[in-house]
Ligand binder design. Structure first.
Ligand SMILES: [Ca+2]
Length: 114
């Protein structure tokens, strides 16, 4: 019985020495090739893109592996900036021809009625 208490004490004492590892992996994709009809179209697109808040939903994936008392490992996968750029291109380029016109940029920026 005494050995069980000693073993429990040793386990408890070593609990403070738990190994914890955290890794962050940035997962990105290549930027979509896109051209702009005019300098104004590019300026409106980039101005609007820079004002957009980073999308939080689904942006980060966390995986945790834990062995009680001894070890815990946390792996975070974060989406890179190109994914936000590509999402913006897909939204803005209404006809999907990979050429953003001034009208498309204004509509996407919510300024279609100017
Ligand atoms: Ca287009």
């Amino acid at each position: 019985m005494a050995w069980a208490w000693i073993a429990a004490w040793i386990v408890g004492a070593t609990a403070t020495g738990c190994i914890h590892a955290t890794r962050t992996v940035v997962r990105d994709e290549a930027r979509l090739p896109v051209e702009f009809e005019s300098e104004a179209a590019g300026r409106i697109f980039y101005e609007t893109l820079s004002k957009r808040p980073p999308q939080q939903e689904g942006e980060e994936q966390v995986t945790r592996v834990t062995l009680p008392v001894v070890f815990s490992d946390e792996r975070r996968v974060v989406k890179g900036p190109n994914q936000g750029f590509n999402r913006a291109v897909r939204e803005c380029d209404a006809n999907g021809d990979r050429r953003i016109t001034e009208v498309e940029a204004k509509v996407w920026a919510g300024r279609g009625k100017e």
